[in-house]
Ligand binder design. Structure first.
Ligand SMILES: [Fe+2]
Length: 310
C-alpha cells in the first residue's frame, strides 16, 4: 500500500530570526513621487494596501468558476510541488497542460494537495482584468532589464522558496487568495551565515535550524497580502511566500527597471554573486563592471548611500 504524504510545505518559518511588521501604506495615501523617492530609490519594501483594488480581477477572479470559465487553452508548466529552488524539472513533478486543464485539476485536488502554474505569461483572455498602479506612472515604469514585464502565478497551497532577484523591481500583486510574505536583507557580514544554507536547502531538514546562527540576529519583515494588495519587492531582498488558505490563488508579478543609481554596489554580496562565473548573467563581466561604476557614480552625484534602513 502506497503511503502518500500530503503535508504542505511552508518556507517562511524555516529561517530563524526576529520578526517585525513590514511597513504598510494605504494606496490612497501613497503619492507616486513618494513611492519612487522613499521606496524605489532606497530599496525599502512596503505593502501598498489596496493598490490594485480597482482592477476588475479583484472583483472577478475570486468568484468560483470564473477563471476556469475564461481559461485559455494556452499551454503552461503545471507542477505538484511548492515553487522550490532549483525549480522542478519537466517530466518529474512538472508536466505541460493547458491553463484550463490546470485550473480544473486544481479545483478537483484536495485541500492538502499542492499545485502550481508558475510564471504564466498573461493570456489575452485575462488581460482586460488587469489595470494600472496609481502610484507608478508610465514614465517611471520602464521595461525591465532581465525579467518579463508581467508573469502570473496560479497555485493551490504552493509556497515560494526563499530567493532574491539580482536585478529589476517587482510589484507582487495579489489577485485571489491570501498570502504571507517575509523579507530580509543580507549584508557582507552575515551573507556567509545564511546564503550557503539556503542554496543547499539545508533549512528544509528537520534539524535545519541548527545550520543558522544561534543569536537570532536576522530581522525578518513580514506582512499579509489580500486580494488587491501590492508588495513592493526591491532587488537584493530575500523573500519567502506562504499561502494562508488552500483556495486557488493568483498573483501577478509586475516588473520594471531599476534606476541606475540602485543597480548595484561592488561590495554588496548580492552584487558580487551576480559577478560570479557560476551564475548565468545577462551581462558580460566587463559590461557588468561598467554598469556598477556608472551606478556608483550616479549615487555619488546624488549624495546617496547604498544601504538605507527600512
Ligand atoms: Fe521573487
Amino acid at each position: 500500500v502506497a503511503i502518500i504524504n500530503h503535508s504542505v510545505v511552508k518556507v517562511i518559518d524555516l529561517v530563524p530570526g526576529s520578526v517585525k511588521d513590514l511597513p504598510v501604506i494605504d494606496h490612497t495615501m501613497l503619492e507616486a513621487d513618494v513611492f519612487w523617492r522613499e521606496h524605489v530609490c532606497k530599496h525599502r519594501p512596503v505593502i501598498i494596501k489596496g493598490g490594485a483594488t480597482h482592477w476588475p480581477a479583484i472583483r472577478k477572479w475570486g468568484q468560483p468558476g470564473y477563471l476556469e470559465a475564461t481559461a485559455p487553452t494556452q499551454e503552461v508548466m503545471y507542477g505538484t510541488t511548492f515553487n522550490c529552488e532549483p525549480p522542478p524539472v519537466l517530466g518529474k513533478s512538472m508536466q505541460i497542460k493547458s491553463v484550463a486543464d490546470g485550473l480544473r485539476d486544481m479545483r478537483l485536488a484536495s485541500d492538502v494537495s499542492t499545485c502550481s502554474m508558475p510564471a504564466i505569461s498573461v493570456p489575452p483572455e485575462w488581460q482586460d482584468d488587469l489595470g494600472q498602479y496609481n502610484f507608478l506612472p508610465d514614465r517611471l515604469a520602464k521595461k525591465p532589464r532581465a525579467y518579463g514585464k508581467m508573469r502570473i502565478f496560479v497555485y493551490k497551497n504552493a509556497s515560494t522558496e526563499w530567493h532574491y532577484h539580482p536585478i529589476d523591481e517587482t510589484l507582487t500583486t495579489q489577485l485571489a487568495g491570501t498570502k504571507r510574505i517575509s523579507f530580509f536583507r543580507l549584508t557582507a557580514k552575515n551573507w556567509i551565515d545564511y546564503q550557503p544554507v539556503l542554496a543547499a536547502n539545508l533549512h528544509h531538514l528537520d534539524c535545519g535550524r541548527h545550520f543558522f546562527p544561534k543569536n537570532g540576529s536576522l530581522v525578518k519583515y513580514e506582512g499579509t497580502l489580500e486580494p488587491g494588495d501590492v508588495a513592493y519587492l526591491p532587488p537584493f531582498w530575500w523573500h519567502g511566500i506562504d499561502p494562508m488558505d488552500s483556495s486557488i490563488g493568483a498573483t501577478l508579478a509586475y516588473c520594471f527597471r531599476t534606476p541606475w543609481h540602485r543597480f548595484g554596489h561592488w561590495k554588496d554580496p548580492a552584487t558580487r554573486a551576480l559577478m560570479s562565473r557560476k551564475r548565468k548573467s545577462v551581462y558580460s563581466a566587463p559590461a557588468l563592471m561598467a554598469r556598477l561604476a556608472l551606478s556608483g557614480l550616479a549615487r555619488q552625484l546624488r549624495g546617496e548611500r547604498w544601504h538605507e534602513e527600512i
